[in-house]
Design a binder for this molecule. Sequence first.
Ligand SMILES: [Mn+2]
Length: 289
Amino acid sequence: MEFLYTHGSLKLEFPLKEPDEARFVIMGIPFDGTTSFKAGARFGPTLTRHATLNLESYILDYGIDLAEVPIADIGDITVVAGDPRKTLDRVRVTIEELKRANPRAVPILLGGEHSQTLGAVEALKPESYVVFDAHLDLRDSYEDNPYSHACVARRISELGVKEAMFGIRSGTREEVEYAEKKGIRWVHARDYSFDAFVELVETLPEPVYLSIDIDVFDLSMVPTTGTPETGGLGFWEVVEAIEWLIENKKIAGFDIMEVAGESLGNPTALTGAKLLFYFIGAMEKMGKS
Ligand SMILES: [Mn+2]
C-alpha cells in the first residue's frame, strides 16, 4: 500500500511483507531539527537499518528467526525540515493510514529525534507511556519550541496518558516539580532495578506505548546521540524490562529514538539495531504477534 508521506530508503534485508499483511511495520523518521547538542539523528533510521546487516536474524536465546516473522518496512517519513510539529503530524497521519488498513499492525519507529514520538502517541492513543531515557523531557518549552525533543513527555502527559520513566539522570527542578504535581513516576538510573521497573509499570493501564531513547544506555554503548549522558543502563537490563512488559501488557507501539552519528556501523546504531531485533523477537516469543 502507498502512504501519503513516506518515501523509499534503505530497507531491512530479510524477507519483508506488505504493510497491510505484516504484524510489525517499521518506519524511519530522519528528523533532527530541534537537536540542541549533537546533530545527526536524521541519519538514525539509515544507520539502524544498516547495522542490522551485522546481526543474525536468528535470535539465539529465543529460538526465533526474524526471517519467519511478518515484518514490513515502509521506508522513511518525508520530513519538514526544521518543523517538528509538521513532521510529527506526518508521522501521525502515516500511522493512522496504517492502522486503518491493518488494525493488527504494531508500528515501530526508528528515529530521529524524540520529539517525533508524539506523532505516534497521538495516532495510537495509548493509556500509558513507558519510556527509557536519560532525560525527563518534561519542559513546557525549550528554545521557544513546545515541540522540541526536550518537551515530548510533557506534551504526552498533557494528553492524559499515564507515564513511567526509567534510567533518568538529567532534568531541571521545574521538570521534577511538574512530574510530582502530575503523578508522573520516574526511576533514576542509579536506583534502577528490575523490581523497581515492575513495581511501577504493574498498575499502568493498557495499551502501553513503549519508547526507547537510545541515550538511556551507558555512554560507552551509545557515543553518538543527540544529548549524551554518562551513567546509563546496560543492554540486558533494558531487554529484561521489555520482555516483562510484552508478557504482561498490551503494546500499542514501539520506538527507538535518537540514534545518530555519521559513520556506518557505529556503536549507537548497533545498539539500536540489536534492540529492534529483541523487541520483535520478544513479541513473537511471547505469542503477541
Ligand atoms: Mn534523552
